[in-house]
Design a protein around this ligand. Structure first.
Ligand code: AMP
Ligand code: MG
Length: 489
């Protein structure tokens, strides 16, 4: 066996998932295999890139041991509950155990129609596949919990969107694809048995140390709340805007999933929205923590019948859990801010200092990434600093704020080198900038994958600056700015 499958979710059977083979495509061609990830999963990357591997990555052949299924889920989309979504353009090929004995889903995204496709074609255009590959791999390198990209193939077929676009398939790797919406699907059908099975499965997979409890549903709820609070704090600290924080796009594992209309903010503005369909700004940067909280409340609601037969008791317990979110988020956010500002502790005055920095960045319309990177470089002006500070021209408000931070630094007693190393890790020089992603996609649509590969390679080391990649680190010129992003549908 080339891939060592061990398919625990498929074995839970219907109605959690339905057997579903991927639909073949006419002439698949490999775009990229993620060699490091393949090896972590115990898969020979050379074989995966071979003719035989590409047949599998395109859905034309099934690897031995795969038991492909489409999974059921529901979800609140932009606040409205849809009781039936499900994998409409993806199949779960199966699960593999990594060389570190961790379990991962292997999913083909863009693999054809399924019983959940509704009016959709089950396919994915090239652009969204490349976007997800670039951004999810960058997030992984930035240390953010996320699904990964194992491979991308072009299908040789076209898909109809605004016009005709080349088709592609992404092989996605995730700790699991269990979503808040997975539990919502069965809650909406009052299928307590399926819910209990999912809860048990999710705990075993993601939070094994929380398994021994009389109240698995409550344990799971608490763990997901903790994981999501930590996750969204990481997003905020990188200026990452998810764009479609629907409950079907929030994983129980606490990994980021669904890189549709996502983007990293350049000029700091808390109201930033990228998604073309988010006309109300529901998923704006500054709303992300509140939306995560709201989504978790939907998870809590769906778990109520498993928490206690007495509804009042169940509501009381779930409410106590949900009310932990704001403080858990604030704590994770403070910890991340302390890292970025090079502080060993973080008190109320430090919070004021940070708030004033954010106001200054907004006033100056400063680039979020480069401003923090400037601080990380500037803390030790004569060090082997990487030179990325030269990319940032500090604005008036930032310069007014800077001496206060320097003064605050004087109270720190950890060695400067250590502090700087930590700051440089927390504040990358490179993020996947939207105009570069867009350019990489446009080039690829014309057959040139150079920029796509260059971006993926560069973003694998986002904190190590190199002057030769300067153009990949600087913000878009006004005429290059991409202000709207689109779902991959
Ligand atoms: P997403 O926007 O990826 O979160 O998808 C929301 C829902 O729409 C999921 O149930 C998807 O499976 C489904 N969907 C999105 N695009 C397609 C498509 N091209 N064909 C079929 N179903 C789709
Ligand atoms: Mg989705």
């Amino acid at each position: 066996m080339r891939i060592h499958f061990d398919n625990s979710y498929a074995h839970l059977g219907s109605p959690l998932s339905l057997p579903q083979r991927p639909d073949p495509v006419s002439s698949p061609e490999l775009i990229r295999v993620n060699e490091g990830l393949a090896e972590d999963l115990g898969i020979d990357s050379g074989w995966l890139a071979s003719e035989e591997g590409v047949q599998i990555l395109s859905g034309n052949a099934l690897p031995e041991g795969a038991e492909p299924v489409a999974t059921a889920y529901a979800g609140h989309q932009f606040g409205n509950f849809n009781p039936q979504l499900g994998d409409g353009r993806a199949v779960l090929l199966g699960e593999v155990l990594s060389t570190h004995d961790r379990r991962f889903d292997l999913q083909l995204k863009g693999s054809g129609r399924t019983p959940w496709s509704r009016g959709g074609d089950g396919r994915s255009p090239l652009g969204p596949v490349l976007r997800e590959y670039i951004v999810s791999e960058a997030m992984a390198a930035l240390g953010v919990p996320t699904t990964r990209a194992l491979a991308a193939v072009a299908t040789g077929e076209t898909v109809v969107r605004d016009g005709l676009e080349p088709g592609a398939i992404l092989t996605r790797v995730a700790s699991s694809h269990l979503r808040i919406g997975t539990l919502q699907y069965f809650a909406a059908r009052e299928d307590r048995d399926s819910m209990a099975r999912i809860v048990e499965h999710a705990l075993a997979r993601h939070y094994p140390d929380a398994q021994n409890t009389d109240l698995p549903a409550l344990a799971l709820l608490n763990r997901v709340i903790e994981a999501q609070a930590a996750l969204v704090a990481r997003w905020q600290m990188l200026g990452f805007i998810h764009g479609v924080m629907n409950t079907d796009n929030m994983l129980l594992s606490g990994e980021t999933v669904d890189y549709g209309p996502c983007a990293f903010m350049e000029q700091f503005n808390p109201d930033t929205v990228f998604s073309s369909i988010d006309t109300q700004g529901r998923y704006a940067y500054s709303n992300q923590p509140g939306i995560a909280h709201w989504n978790l409340a939907r998870l809590a609601e769906s778990l109520l019948p498993l928490i206690d037969d007495d509804t009042d008791q169940a509501v009381a317990q779930a409410t106590t859990a949900i009310q932990r979110f704001p403080e858990l988020f604030a704590e994770a956010h403070r910890a991340a801010l302390a890292e970025k500002l090079g502080l060993s502790d973080f008190n109320e005055q430090d919070q004021d200092l940070a708030n004033d920095l954010f106001s200054a960045l907004a006033e100056d319309k400063a680039d979020f990434t480069l401003a923090f990177r400037f601080l990380a470089e500037d803390i030790k002006p004569d060090s082997e600093g990487t030179g990325a500070d030269t990319l940032f021209s500090p604005g008036k408000h930032f310069l007014e704020w800077l001496p206060r931070w320097k003064q605050r630094q004087e109270r720190e007693d950890e060695a400067l080198v250590t502090r700087q190393a930590r700051m440089l890790r927390a504040s990358p020089a490179f993020i996947p900038r939207n105009h570069l992603i867009q350019r990489a996609i446009t080039d690829a649509e014309g057959g040139d994958y150079t920029l796509f590969h260059r971006l993926v390679d560069r973003l694998a080391n986002p904190s190590r600056f190199d002057l030769k990649d300067r153009e990949l680190a600087i913000p878009a010129e006004p005429q290059e700015r991409v202000l709207r992003t689109f779902c991959g549908t």
